[in-house]
Write a protein that binds this ligand. Structure first.
Ligand code: ADP
Ligand code: MG
Length: 451
């Protein structure tokens, strides 16, 4: 199908001749200052065909930006190749331009000067540069703002400058790294539609795009094909075709079913049992805690319980007035704690989850503590170390250095903060922010000391 009024996808025939980007056998690992090797991408095979919009969907930290940078030629693979129209990419990829979430505009340059930057880098002469920049500014609807500075513009207008700057160099392939994430919902929606329009212009030299996103809805709305990047290390875990007519929204037949499919692919890997407590397994990296707040998780379980224990994810999102994507960490947490599982597109309470939803406040804390100790190695290990320690104290850096080694600094700080919140709620430990130590709760300490 895929018959849109405005876009025609690449012909499926003549396989190979229309491949714009080919990634084969790509592996990437980073090495930390302490010499630890962090594998990030593994066995990546990916082809972008002329005229397609492909979304690369994955959780935060799965390696999406890293893969995009390889395609842009800004990072070199540890092994494997990236090709642009058959030619190996060994430096900045001449066929691509990049659009970032953060807009990345130069604050001291005007809109026009910002747009001209890319052309300048290509050695285009000033007169031509000016003319092409003005045209691009016009195309993205910023006529009249040529001489404005970025700080005078709203977020949406800044990202339009980002579009103009990327499109003015007439790239064969537009690479986008979460370009709508920093915008409010309505602005993001407007710019998504404008992006499709820009790529569909009959005279557009840019017709192929790779969009990195963590938003399932965005992927289903924009892409011809969705590649799902699994984590640790990142591999392409699944591919979904989106053969829906455009323009698409939630009411487009088939839209919600695709959201459910993508959801299942993304969360499916969670059904694995938590990683074992090997000494070489950095715990946070092996089973990262989802960014879920316990009150919200409780609300979700109560809602499910009120609906006979099972609901399709889009319906659940509606009932809770959440965006489907914002529900994700809660769904992950529910699965991690064995409170619910995904079953043919529905989130279904388990017996444990039902027990939790129906318990009183105090009982919930005990049940939560048991679930966390059984399913979250990071918290279970912190608790064990605290019980074994002199005085029931554990320095924060002990956790980040040893248990979370191998995660980036930001990731490890985030994991520690989550572990503290969950651990506190479960009354498994307390935290002293001034001294940066984790502590056993008083009663446990007394019990522990009397052993
Ligand atoms: P995503 O874009 O999917 O959120 P990234 O590609 O930014 O993920 O990062 C994937 C993983 O690689 C993360 O664990 C991140 O900490 C790590 N990483 C990314 N860049 C570097 C780097 N330059 N050095 C070390 N680790 C990195
Ligand atoms: Mg990223």
């Amino acid at each position: 199908m895929n018959t849109t009024a405005t876009r025609t996808p690449a012909p499926a025939a003549a396989e190979g001749t229309h491949d714009v980007i080919t990634v084969s056998g790509l592996h990437k690992h980073f090495t930390s200052p302490t010499g630890d090797v962090l594998p990030v991408l593994q066995d990546i095979e990916l082809t972008l065909r002329e005229g397609e919009i492909v979304a690369l969907l994955g959780k935060s930290g799965s390696g999406k930006s890293t893969l995009l940078r390889h395609i842009a030629g800004l990072l070199a693979p540890s092994s494997g190749t990236v090709r642009y129209r058959g030619a190996p990419v060994n430096g900045p990829n001449p066929g691509t331009a990049m659009l970032f979430q953060s807009f990345a505009l130069m604050p001291w340059l005007t809109v026009q000067q910002n747009v001209e930057l890319g052309l300048q880098a290509k050695g285009v002469l000033p007169y031509t540069r000016r003319r092409q920049a003005l045209e691009a500014i016009d195309t993205v609807g910023l006529d009249g703002f040529e001489n404005a500075y970025p700080k005078e513009l709203s977020g949406g207008m800044r990202q339009r400058v980002g579009f103009a700057r990327a499109l003015v160099v007439e790239p064969d392939v537009l690479l986008m790294d979460e370009p709508f994430s920093a915008l409010d919902v309505l602005t993001a929606q407007t710019l998504r539609n404008e992006l499709l329009e820009l790529l569909a212009r009959p005279q557009s030299p840019t017709r192929t795009a790779l969009l990195v996103t963590h938003s399932i809805e965005e992927a289903v709305q924009l892409a011809d094909r969705i590649l799902i990047l699994g984590s640790d290390p990142g591999t392409i875990a699944a591919e979904l075709r989106v053969d829906l007519p455009r323009p698409r929204n939630r009411r487009t037949p088939g839209f919600e079913a695709l959201i459910e499919d993508a959801y299942e692919c993304l969360t499916g890997e969670r059904s694995d049992t938590p990683a074992p407590l090997g000494t070489h397994d950095p715990l946070g990296a092996a089973a990262p805690l989802p960014q879920a707040n316990v009150e919200q998780l409780t609300g979700l379980l109560e809602e499910l319980d009120g609906q006979d224990g099972a609901m399709a994810l889009p319906a659940l999102a509606d009932a809770l007035s959440y965006e489907v994507d914002d529900l994700m960490p809660l769904v992950e947490a529910a699965q991690l704690l064995a409170y619910a599982r995904i079953d043919t597109g529905e989130l279904r309470l388990t017996a444990t989850g039902r027990g939790f939803a129906n318990a009183d406040i105090l009982t919930r804390k005990h049940l939560f503590a048991a679930a966390v100790l059984a399913n979250v190695p990071l918290i279970a290990t912190i608790r064990t170390l605290l019980m074994a320690s002199d005085g029931g104290r554990l320095r924060e850096h002990h956790v980040t250095d040893r248990l979370l080694a191998g995660s980036s600094e930001q990731a490890s700080r985030q994991q520690l903060a989550l572990a503290i919140t969950w651990g506190r709620y479960a009354e498994l430990f307390e935290y002293d922010a001034r001294d940066r130590v984790l502590l056993l709760p008083h009663e446990d300490h007394v019990a522990g000391g009397a052993r």
